[in-house]
Design a protein around this ligand. Structure first.
Ligand SMILES: [Zn+2]
Ligand SMILES: [Zn+2]
Length: 303
């Protein structure tokens, strides 16, 4: 056991990053702040001390914090497989301090998730218009989690789909494709002019199943070219995009979006896990789409 005098040293040595500590060992009685100071680096909090990152000088001064997130994007309601109404989801989002909610129920082909057809979607739009008229300081957006079909096309026809204010395109079916097929399927979906956010990009379920294999660099390049944001799905069983690829996306100028994929009002707080993992990947606040206010979020989606 370390005595009190060794606490700081022990703390640093057990919060990494190991490659840094091997190069620059902690000195006796050195404090956390003193250590980074000696290396000429800004203070890097423990959750950001990852072995992946080699250049301390690249640590962003404005690494994402939970309080930077302004909009709840990717939430389901009773219009598909969510447990709570649009109104309840909005009230909870507002109570938690957010200023807008992008409702994204499943699309028509997702029968396994009680996806919305055209008629149900139009009922939801009417309800959202009504709720938005009642409340001026909080906005509900008409989004959709649109299934990516096997050939990369999107569910619904283009004309109907354009009635939504933004589109999250996600794969939910036929996930056993080889790497080239899976990659070109996603790229086709990313190139669709109505796609705004790529949902849970690899489809992995932690402790459940691996994601489909992908040329992730090509997927990120396609998002950069087509102004499509990549979701960091904050459901703790997904955490997808994996944090290891965040820097690659940021370097290409791609926006990330930290989304709870909430199916209940309680799971809106999944955003917390997404923020932790985004901090691990050194995501700057300005590279996170839902740190924007609602008008700027929509401006991004209008392309
Ligand atoms: Zn999904
Ligand atoms: Zn979803």
């Amino acid at each position: 056991m370390a005595d009190d005098g060794d606490f700081e040293k022990c703390w640093l040595e057990t919060t990494g990053p190991l490659h840094l500590l091997q190069k620059a060992p902690v000195q006796e009685n050195e404090t956390e702040l003193g250590y980074f100071d000696r290396l000429g680096s800004v203070y890097i909090p423990p959750e950001c001390r990852t072995g992946q990152i080699k250049d301390l000088g690249a640590f962003p001064s404005n690494v994402i914090r939970h309080q930077d997130i302004r909009g709840v994007i990717h939430a389901h309601s009773t219009y598909s497989d969510g447990l709570h109404s649009v109104k309840k989801m909005a009230e909870e989002s507002e109570r938690l301090g957010y200023s807008y909610l992008g409702i994204t129920d499943h699309s028509k082909i997702a029968v396994y998730a009680d996806g919305m057809d055209e008629e149900k979607s139009q009922q939801q739009w009417a309800e959202i218009d009504h709720l938005n008229r009642e409340k001026r300081e909080f906005t509900i957006l008409k989004g959709i989690e649109c299934d990516i079909l096997s050939d990369g096309s999107l569910d619904f026809d283009d004309h109907f789909r354009s009635g939504f204010q933004f589109v999250i395109a996600s794969v939910h079916t036929n996930i056993k494709m080889d790497i080239d097929k899976a990659t070109s399927r996603l790229i086709t979906a990313i190139e669709h002019p109505q796609t705004n956010i790529l949902g849970h990009p690899t489809g992995r379920l932690l402790l459940g199943r691996d994601g489909y294999p992908l040329h992730i660099d090509k997927v990120i390049d396609a998002c950069a070219v087509n102004q499509v944001a990549i979701e960091i799905n904050a459901n703790p069983y997904r955490l997808d995009l994996d944090w290891k690829y965040i820097q690659l996306a940021v370097d290409k100028g791609v926006q990330l979006c930290i989304n709870p994929d909430a199916h209940t009002k309680e799971s809106i707080t999944n955003i917390h896990f997404g923020v932790i993992i985004a901090r691990k990947g050194w995501l700057p606040a300005e590279s996170c789409l839902n740190t924007r206010n609602v008008d700027d979020f929509l401006a991004f989606c209008e392309k």
